[in-house]
Design a protein around this ligand. Structure first.
Ligand SMILES: NC(=O)C1=CN([C@@H]2O[C@H](COP(=O)(O)OP(=O)(O)OC[C@H]3O[C@@H](n4cnc5c(N)ncnc54)[C@H](O)[C@@H]3O)[C@@H](O)[C@H]2O)C=CC1
Ligand SMILES: O=C(O)C1=N[C@H](C(=O)O)C[C@H](O)C1
Length: 261
């Protein structure tokens, strides 16, 4: 089966990687590339439409799967359009707040939507394991997370770090918002036992590093995921697009659903 794609943020780091990978596949067609800075879009296949915004082209491509790696505010506008025109939507954008995620769950009742802050297999397998690992280690192990990304990243902490921290909180049978600590400075006192610390580092061209630490008496576990390139994320997003094209609307899907098949 051939799947038509509309790639949003086509001139960006993820958008351009998606175009390169999709153009080399046998079962995907890039129908449209959307990017306000159209001069940054390159390497497009013949017949691909270029538009400055989704509204200008969505009507031409009913059923095309939209892939969105843009910014939180753009994603919300794009999701509204996808819901209106019933196009499936894969969202990789991070930095969305709780209210925006709630709104996306509403749109997902109108059209199939899959959202994941990290499209890699490794991180998603880790997300499955962390609640159990955290519960097995128990309250004697202090849990902290650290993420490192390139100096052009706009949101912090990364969407992945927040999702990993939620999985840890689940294992501790608590809510992340009740125990998260994003900043330490000055005379802060002893570390509360149930706290989950989340620290952000930024620099250079780091694609993405996430570490979860479990620190106990006399031992420490560190689990680190290194993304070697953006192809890893783009490959996951294309896999999600193929899968989503066959799904019904109903609830907000995740990469877990995609990997389950
Ligand atoms: N879920 C995942 O696996 C991954 C998620 N991300 C997330 O994806 C997002 C984008 O990351 P990058 O590609 O590094 O950023 P980027 O800044 O290189 O690219 C974003 C592009 O979107 C364009 N854009 C802005 N508004 C738009 C609109 N309304 N319609 C179409 N295009 C629009 C911008 O002009 C820009 O070219 C970020 O939120 C990032 O955290 C990044 C990598 C992996
Ligand atoms: O902005 C990025 O680059 C990345 N963002 C995602 C996030 O915020 O988790 C995923 C990945 O680590 C790269």
């Amino acid at each position: 089966m051939n799947t038509n794609l509309i790639i949003l943020g086509a001139g960006g780091r993820m958008g351009s990687t998606l175009i390169r990978l999709a153009a080399n596949s046998n079962d995907l067609t890039i129908a449209a590339a959307v990017e306000p800075k159209t001069r940054f879009v390159s390497n497009l296949p013949e017949h691909c439409v270029v538009a400055a915004n989704l509204e200008d082209c969505i009507e031409k491509f009913p059923h095309a799967v939209i892939i969105d790696f843009t910014s939180a505010s753009s994603t919300m506008e794009n999701a509204k359009l996808a819901a209106r025109y019933k196009n499936p939507l894969v969202i990789g954008t991070t930095g969305l707040n709780a209210e925006e995620k709630k709104q996306l769950a509403e749109y997902a009742k109108q059209t199939p939507i899959m959202m994941s802050p990290n499209m890699s297999v490794g991180i998603n397998v880790l997300l499955d394991i962390l609640p159990k690992l955290t519960a097995m280690l128990g309250a004697d192990y202090d849990t902290e997370l650290m993420e490192i990304h390139h100096n052009l990243k706009k949101d912090a902490p990364s969407g992945t770090a927040l999702r990993l921290a939620e999985a840890v909180a689940e294992g501790k049978k608590t809510k992340l918002e009740d125990v998260a600590c994003y900043h330490r400075e000055g005379i802060i006192g002893e570390r509360p036992a149930n706290e989950i610390g989340i620290q952000t580092l930024r620099g250079g061209d780091v694609v993405g590093v996430h570490t979860v630490y479990y620190m106990g008496a006399g031992e420490r576990i560190e689990i680190t995921h290194h993304a070697h390139s953006r192809e890893n994320f783009a490959g996951g997003a294309l896999r999600a697009a193929r899968w989503l094209a066959k799904q019904e609307a109903g609830r907000l899907y995740s990469m877990h659903d995609v990997l389950k098949g």
